[in-house]
Design a protein around this ligand. Structure first.
Ligand code: FES
Length: 102
């Protein structure tokens, strides 16, 4: 099932957008160049929302403890994050960003 998250026009590079679709975990939507990515918003290390953190290119730094993740792969890229983030397959359709619901 496809879940529509937000319009493409709402997502600027470096300013990830928080979305809370019913029945799914809190999500973060990112732009990197002309590409869009969606991951879980909750840091795997603690109770922080990554959309409150800092995006640098394809890296999102958590607002707590300085941990970070690669947005494309979900892999942790800085300590203390060691568990990967879930990354969702993005579908762009009619100017909207959607994901295939897991
Ligand atoms: S909660 Fe994100 S690095 Fe600790």
């Amino acid at each position: 099932m496809k879940v529509i998250l937000c319009p493409v026009s709402e997502v600027e590079e470096g300013r990830p957008v928080s979305v809370n679709p019913e029945g799914l975990p809190a999500l973060a939507v990112y732009r990197i160049g002309e590409e869009y990515f969606v991951t879980d918003n909750l840091c795997t290390h603690g109770n922080a929302m990554l959309t409150d953190g800092y995006q640098e290119g394809e890296v999102i730094e958590c607002p707590f403890h300085g941990g970070s993740f690669n947005i494309r792969s979900g892999k942790p890229s800085a300590y203390p994050c060691t568990d990967p983030l879930t990354v969702y397959r993005v579908i762009i359709e009619d100017g909207q960003i959607a994901i295939e619901a897991p």
